[in-house]
Design a protein around this ligand. Structure first.
Ligand code: FES
Length: 138
């Protein structure tokens, strides 16, 4: 599959500024018993394919990126590129995520490395849907 870069300028990449903002509703998620629970009714970012939620802080042991795929499935990744730890963003229309840094490491939704400076696959987390919520096992 071809690598498709995100539309990020060089300065954004140099500074490692990701394209995915924090959630509009900061209370759309919580950590319960080692599981990350996302209330889909409060997460409009995930209503459309290639939408993404960037979750971090507030007791979450590691940064997490949740992405909605074109087919409607949800994928969760440790939001840390395996090259040097920068954040990731979804690549619209590609079924991939890409590091926001100049190295542009690119991974498929299974976390497998496709291109870029990284040599290892991403850490992924299982995602289940329960009554309007996503339950992500960390
Ligand atoms: S940190 Fe991701 S490519 Fe370098």
């Amino acid at each position: 599959m071809d690598e498709k870069p995100l539309k990020r300028n060089f300065l954004q990449r140099l500074l490692g500024l990701c394209a995915t903002p924090p959630p509009r509703d900061p209370d759309c998620w919580q950590v319960r018993d080692g599981r990350l629970v996302v209330d889909l009714a409060r997460a409009p970012e995930l209503e459309r394919p290639d939408g993404a939620l960037r979750l971090e802080g507030r007791g979450l042991p590691q940064r997490v990126l949740v992405v909605r795929a074109a087919g409607g499935a949800y994928h969760a990744f440790r939001n840390r590129c395996t090259h040097a730890g920068r954040r990731l963003d979804p690549l619209p229309g590609a079924g991939q995520v890409q590091c926001c840094s100049v190295g542009k490491s690119t991974f498929d939704h299974g976390g497998r490395r496709i291109a870029g400076s990284a040599r290892k696959d991403l850490v992924t987390f299982p995602v289940h849907q329960e009554e309007g919520r996503l339950v992500i096992t960390l």
